[in-house]
Design a protein around this ligand. Structure first.
Ligand code: HEM
Length: 512
């Protein structure tokens, strides 16, 4: 047979299979193509991937098997079923680990707590947990936030309001959270957020590298492993980005660790001049882990995990919260009314007060508004685990050993069965009981902080931080989102806004 005839027959057979697949799946939201699997649908819907996944999951009743391209070993289960999630994260916890696939994707995190399993993870969690439980930790966080708030954020927004210029509130929150978490973890403030409006905010290499690295890690989730590994080998595309970012991050952390432990530092990493903040988590970690000699790798990996945990989650949460509140004036008015009713005044220096936490706990509606924002826009939009042994999920789906299971935190916040028909509405009231207490929703349903033994260690402290910022900013300013500004998630492992949050800021009149 001539080779042209052979090609013609091949094309005819392939066309038949493609047309047949398309025709028999035309009513499905996702098509499993011969050879390419479901990847074409993912690529086609990439810009809107979280909402698309929500639609597909709803169509299949909450759980389905994603089929990757043939021979790439990239099939995985995806679920939003809270009973499955409870099973994976809690009831059969030992059978679902982060695993080697997770480690490869997030290799930059090294042996930090997010990346490890079994004894290593338990050891790391015990050390961190005992640090987080120290009373001095909470007061360190409150002091650090007070300093960054009063020293930079409020003066900067005052400037912005006076000059009537438009700013990107998300960029401001990222810088603010970065400075804040660096003070807490590393004991110095990189001052990426200025206290005055300048034509261009200073570029902090490390901060910028962090953002680029997160985008690159997202692409490792989308493309089959062999493809991103090939890119890595050839040092092209997102993988080139990844390597550059890793270098910057490693260099920065190395210098900070050296500087903290009083070795020679060439990097601009000077310790904060404030004596009170000479306590930092890096030193406390070294002490708590009984380190006899400086273990750079342990400190680097731990510091990176804590910086990632504290920067992105808080800045993402604050950005979505302020967007939602600014576009829901009734909610905004209710939050302000609650602040006023609880006698938190602008004049009183309530942050210095030793009863900060007690005061914050009275703000039930504000707490509801934050939970509601985290439900709709969880900073970590998805999670994945790998099965150690074969298992059957409560939904009846059979899981093989090494099968990856992805659960979408974003989609779980949009399920009618959990949140009711108005699940897409921003409604803080759903978190407030008739007796005006906060309603508890189990963590396998309200999943933003993860559930089970691996749930977030920073949950309490995050609420304290977010409430302090929310109160201080809402009391002082009004934010108006620019008309027509396109707000949508970007393609990253963190749910940032793709085009930032462009707002006009005006000073609020006296509300007390
Ligand atoms: C709104 C803010 C936050 C949200 C929504 C959040 C969410 C999460 C989620 C979903 C996980 C599970 C990640 C995984 O297993 O891959 C997690 C774990 C963790 N978070 Fe947070 N987090 C927040 C803030 C913080 C802060 C401020 C800290 C501390 C500085 C922190 C420390 C941790 C730690 C240490 C873990 C690892 C727990 C473990 O694996 O045992 N988080 N967080």
């Amino acid at each position: 047979m001539e080779s042209s005839e052979f090609i013609a027959i091949f094309v005819a057979i392939a066309s038949f299979f493609f047309i047949h697949t398309w025709w028999s799946n035309r009513n499905n939201p996702i098509i499993n193509w011969p050879f390419f699997g479901m990847l074409p649908a993912v690529l086609y819907n990439l810009s809107n991937i979280h909402d698309y996944a929500t639609t597909v999951l709803k169509h299949y009743g909450g759980t389905f098997m994603f089929k990757g391209p043939w021979l790439t070993n990239s099939n995985f289960f995806i679920t939003t079923d809270p009973v499955n999630v409870q099973h994976i994260t809690t009831k059969n916890f030992d059978n679902y680990i982060k695993g080697s696939h997770f480690y490869e994707i997030f290799e930059i995190m090294g042996d930090g707590i997010f990346n490890i399993d079994s004894h290593k993870w338990k050891h790391s969690r015990d050390i961190l947990q005992s640090l987080f439980r120290q009373n001095s930790f909470d007061s360190l966080v409150v002091k650090a936030i007070h300093k960054n708030l009063m020293g930079c954020l409020i003066p900067l927004l005052n400037d912005v309001s006076e000059l009537r210029t438009v700013v990107d509130l998300q960029d401001i929150f990222q810088r603010f959270s970065f400075d804040n978490i660096c003070s807490i973890v590393l004991g110095f403030d990189p001052k990426s957020l200025p206290n005055k409006l300048t034509t261009k905010f200073p570029e902090v290499l490390f901060e910028n590298a962090f953002n680029r690295m997160e985008n690159a890690m997202f692409y490792r989730h989308v493309f089959p492993k062999f493809l991103w590994k090939l890119q890595k080998l050839l040092q092209i595309g997102q993988e080139k980005n990844y390597s550059e970012c890793k270098k910057i991050i490693d260099q920065f952390l190395h210098q900070c660790i050296s500087s903290t432990f009083q070795e020679q530092s060439k990097f601009n990493c000077a310790e904060d001049d404030d004596d009170e903040s000479s306590f930092n988590m890096l030193k406390a970690l070294a002490e708590e882990s009984g380190m006899k000699q400086i273990n750079h790798k342990f400190l680097r990996d731990s510091a990176l995990s804590l910086l990632a945990a504290g920067r992105d989650t808080i800045s993402s949460s604050l950005s979505w919260f302020f967007w939602l509140v600014s576009t829901h004036p009734i909610v905004e008015a209710k939050i302000l009314e609650e602040i006023r009713a609880n006698f938190i005044t602008k004049e009183e220096n309530w942050l210095i007060n030793s009863r900060v936490e007690e005061n914050l706990n009275k703000l039930v509606y504000l707490h509801g508004a934050l939970c509601e924002s985290l439900r709709l826009f969880p900073p970590l939009p998805f999670e994945h685990k790998s099965a150690v042994k074969p298992d059957i999920l409560p939904s009846g789906d059979r899981v093989n050993a090494n099968t990856m299971i992805l659960y979408s935190l974003y989609s779980m916040g949009r399920i009618e069965q959990i949140w009711g028909e108005d699940c897409l509405k921003f409604k803080p009231e759903r978190w407030v009981s008739e007796k005006e207490n906060n309603i508890h929703v189990p963590s396998y349903k309200f999943i933003a902080f993860q559930s089970g033994p691996r749930s977030c260690l920073g949950k309490n402290i995050s609420f304290i931080q977010m409430k302090i910022v929310a109160i201080a900013l809402l009391q002082n300013f009004q934010f108006e989102v620019m008309e027509g500004h396109d707000v949508r998630p970007c393609l990253s492992v963190i749910l940032h806004m793709k085009h930032g949050l462009k707002v006009k800021v005006t000073k609020r009149g006296i509300i007390n």
